[in-house]
Design a protein around this ligand. Structure first.
Ligand SMILES: Nc1ncnc2c1ncn2[C@@H]1O[C@H](COP(=O)(O)OP(=O)(O)OP(=O)(O)O)[C@@H](O)[C@H]1O
Ligand SMILES: Nc1ncnc2c1ncn2[C@@H]1O[C@H](COP(=O)(O)OP(=O)(O)OP(=O)(O)O)[C@@H](O)[C@H]1O
Ligand SMILES: [Mg+2]
Ligand SMILES: [Mg+2]
Lengths: 227, 227
């Protein structure tokens, strides 16, 4: 499903160049549950943005379900993204003045879902992450972990076939994090592909495979049989 | 140094009231290294904001070094904060268009430090958190963990006597997180008081004492001798 071929990403900053990805090749099949680990600044979020069609490689190719998206136009990329991908951003990326229910409804608005059904799906998604009683709270009326859970509910509400989650339990206590992992495992068992960045080994243990990134390169691909 | 007496915090939200803190009493001495743990939404950040004079209790008292700050005016609170407290916010709270060096210089600007000395102190603080080569990067040119480290450097640059850190390693891989904990331990050994929220037991293990919060109440105060 996800086919990255010698992908690089450079940022030109006046006098210096930052090489965020230095030639990464990886293949992820439909239905896999993959974790990505690596040091701070090693290129994990950059890689996630490319996989999620939010950014393009500088060189190399990225095929999503056989289609070369690395050279696609922005609107074509957006269409693919809205229909198939649920993205949990590392910094949550919520709208500042919008309450939880409307944040979660947003992907359904883009998909043209009617208001009554949107509201029901959004409230169900919020209940699933333990926020049924916070639907009318805006981000500054929510704790850090509650904001993260709103972002997770938003990523799930369209029933995407691919979930990209960048540190989905970073702001959550161990118990709440385990509940979110339970949701991901259930979705993966139903056939949904999950790619998840985490720095916590206990969270990565829920995946079947771990890609280790360091300095923009893939340094290990670990599918230990006990997973 | 920190004396909280039956502190409550309520948020009135039209039809319902959220009881974020329900009567919390705790004493922290100068020079202690205390961790605060608890489920998502249990009141940890609310408590940290009150300790850091960014917010006031609804009822109860808060004495900082013997002074009742719970009824102080905003400008008096700000003066105390700027002189004595370094705050690492859960959501980092960086300025959107400002590069790392100027973010870290900001508390020194408020303290009236001259430009040349500000630059030097800011660059030293960035080096200490491993970001010496990222001084000219703006937040959207930094990884999540790098943004968090800029926030940490900013909290340390005025050599405060009290550090309040809300999930200071939340966005950091294990190795980088351990380096930050090394910095905190060194500062604490030099007499600085540290209060730190974390949901990771390995991070809490660096503190001498753990306050456990649940539903706005203190449910355990743990100073196990092996710490
Ligand atoms: N401005 C506000 N208005 C209404 N409710 C609020 C407001 N700020 C916080 N809350 C609520 O108060 C409770 C405590 O929030 P707080 O941010 O202190 O939790 P926390 O322990 O830091 O959680 P986390 O681990 O998720 O960061 C939460 O249930 C939250 O929804
Ligand atoms: N827009 C940009 N301009 C310049 N450099 C950038 C930009 N975005 C990211 N970088 C740099 O690229 C490198 C990789 O960043 P990335 O966000 O992918 O790291 P990461 O592995 O997600 O880190 P973390 O674990 O801290 O979130 C970092 O060194 C960062 O400073
Ligand atoms: Mg990242
Ligand atoms: Mg919090």
């Amino acid at each position: 499903m996800i086919d990255l071929q010698d992908v690089t990403k450079r940022y030109e900053m006046g006098t210096q160049t930052v090489h965020a990805l230095r030639g990464l090749t990886a293949h992820i099949d439909t239905g896999e549950f993959v974790a990505i680990m690596g040091p701070s600044g090693s290129g994990k979020s950059t890689l996630m943005n490319i996989i999620g069609c939010l950014d393009r490689p500088t060189t190399g190719r990225y095929l999503l379900d056989g289609t070369d998206v690395s050279t696609m136009r922005g609107d074509a990329q957006a269409a693919i993204r809205n229909r198939h991908v649920g993205f949990v951003f590392q910094r949550f990326n919520l709208l500042a003045r919008t309450d939880a229910r409307h944040q979660v409804e947003l992907p359904l608005v883009y998909s043209g879902v009617a208001a009554r059904e949107r509201r029901q799906l959004a409230l169900e998604a919020l209940k699933a992450v333990g926020l049924g009683d916070r639907a009318d709270h805006k981000p500054d009326e929510l704790s850090g972990g509650q904001q993260q859970r709103v972002a997770i509910a938003r990523a799930l509400v369209t029933s995407p076939s691919l979930i990209l989650a960048d540190e989905p339990t970073g702001a959550l206590d161990t118990t709440t994090g385990a509940e979110i992992m339970g949701i991901f495992e259930r979705l993966n068992a139903a056939g949904i592909t999950i790619v998840m960045v985490t720095h916590e080994p206990e969270v990565a243990a829920h995946a079947q495979r771990v890609l280790h990134i360091r300095d923009g390169l893939l340094v290990a691909d670990d599918s230990s049989p006990e997973r």
